[in-house]
Write a protein that binds this ligand. Structure first.
Ligand SMILES: [Zn+2]
Length: 256
């Protein structure tokens, strides 16, 4: 293990016991193989990135499947919770489950109040998404919340300034890139697709493989396309390509 290795943050959403074609769902067994690979990578150092696990949205499977898998391996991840959905929305965790994650040593961060894309919020809505989410999580969990992940990965300078003003020390994006151990304010992450096999994850963890650079190129193309087409058209195209189901985070960069 190396404290100086650069970090790669992986982003997951929902786990299921059976495989799904839907991009935002990962089969539990595949996730377990990822975690085993991450444990192995952490022991290597050298040109291997230090992997970190994050979950967005607060899906109930985070408690049902991710928690036992992580606990049995002594691994900690960060769970970004959509605070206004907690205990309210079917399929998502209640406060008891989020509290259990925190009590088990898992990290908790905010993922907005209603998962509205922050770039679409006026000042008052932005206040709710950032401050109400943080204060509610702190009140319900009895911990300090200092991290936030961006719904749909969307941000601009106004959003980042508001995050800073609300007291967040780190904001997690969906920009695929590695980070130095001294994390910047805006943290890059790799969004894992349901089809992301152990081999593709292993290549990404190898700094000499060129896999991350290729993903970064893809992201630049995507951003250029998004800028040309606009957010809405891009979302329609994304939904057409990733047919089965829709997700609030549609449009984030996905791993091949
Ligand atoms: Zn989300």
């Amino acid at each position: 293990m190396s404290a100086s290795s650069n970090r790669l943050y992986f982003l997951y959403h929902e786990l299921r016991a059976v495989s799904s074609n839907y991009s935002y769902v990962m089969e539990r067994d595949v996730f377990e193989r990822h975690v085993d690979l991450f444990l192995q990578a952490r022991s290597l150092g050298g040109s291997t990135y230090w992997p970190e696990i994050t979950f967005d949205d607060g899906h109930i499977s985070n408690y049902d499947f991710a928690l036992p898998c992580l606990s049995s391996r002594g691994m900690a991840a960060t769970f970004f919770i959509t605070a206004g959905w907690t205990g309210k929305r079917a399929g998502y965790m209640g406060w008891e489950q989020v509290r259990a994650l925190s009590a088990a040593g898992q990290q908790i961060g905010a993922h907005g109040w209603t998962h509205t894309l922050l770039t679409h919020c006026d000042d008052s809505a932005l206040e709710t998404e950032l401050r109400t989410a943080r204060l509610t999580l702190e009140d319900k969990l009895g911990i300090t919340i200092t991290t936030m992940s961006l719904p749909g990965g969307r941000f601009d300078q106004r959003v980042l300034s508001a995050c800073r003003a609300t007291g967040y020390t780190h904001v997690y994006s969906s920009i695929p890139r590695a980070e130095k151990p001294a994390l910047p304010f805006l943290v890059g992450r790799l969004n894992t697709l349901s089809s992301a096999g152990v081999d593709s994850i292993a290549r990404l963890l190898d700094a000499h493989s060129g896999a991350l650079a290729s993903l970064e190129r893809k992201e630049r193309w995507k951003m250029a396309l998004k800028k040309t087409m606009g957010d809405r058209l891009y979302g329609i195209l994304w939904a057409a390509v990733n047919r089965q189901e829709n997700n609030e985070d549609s449009g984030e960069t996905l791993l091949p």
